[in-house]
Design a protein around this ligand. Structure first.
Ligand SMILES: [Fe+2]
Length: 188
């Protein structure tokens, strides 16, 4: 597996996520800084939406002998990401904020980059990279929240558990597919 995009993206993610978190003061009496929580949650929302879009593309671009089963898997992952996005948007509103659905800002806010992938092996690899980033990202948010905002923390823990399942799923898929054989190419 080519780990270059993963490393680049993780570097970006870590830098940005940590900057965000350090900027927000957490005080003993007031709980987590609301502005920071909202900003971090909007990044998490963008991450989910970009992941949803990438899975949707992969669902429709899958060709070859694994097409039907893999497309169904991508569709299932897309549905999960959409669910996560909705839960995060709901929480943002509960906290008095506004979910940012601006198409222009999505790519800038998302932790994983939107990478299309040229064939089935690349698609699965990119999805796995993105899931790992989402896991990193959720972990950062959970650690930041600590005991300051238990409701948001529980939500992020639920999402984290699901992201781990999705990553596991992709890893199994990757193992099950013999890559780099022409008939397995998703895009000729
Ligand atoms: Fe997700």
């Amino acid at each position: 597996m080519n780990d270059k995009p993963f490393l680049t993206a993780v570097k970006t993610l870590r830098g940005r996520a940590r900057r965000q978190i350090r900027q927000g003061a957490v005080t003993a009496n007031c709980g987590a800084d609301r502005k920071t929580v909202l900003s971090v949650l909007n990044e998490a929302l963008a991450t989910e939406i970009v992941c949803f879009l990438r899975y949707r593309r992969h669902q429709f671009m899958t060709k070859g002998i694994y097409a039907r089963s893999v497309a169904a898997k991508f569709a299932q992952h897309a549905a999960e990401e959409q669910k996560h996005a909705d839960l995060i948007a709901e929480r943002i509103v509960q906290l008095g904020g506004e979910p940012d659905y601006s198409a222009l800002r999505l790519a800038l806010r998302s932790h994983p980059e939107y990478v299309e992938g040229g064939n089935l092996a690349e698609m699965i690899e990119e999805d796995l990279v993105a899931e790992r980033l989402a896991i990193e990202s959720c972990g950062e948010i959970i650690r930041y929240l600590g005991s300051q905002d238990p409701t948001t923390r529980r939500l992020m823990e639920t999402i984290l558990a699901k992201e781990e399942e999705l990553a596991e799923d992709l890893y199994s898929l990757m193992q099950g597919i013999t890559i780099r054989t022409p008939e397995h190419q998703a895009i000729a």
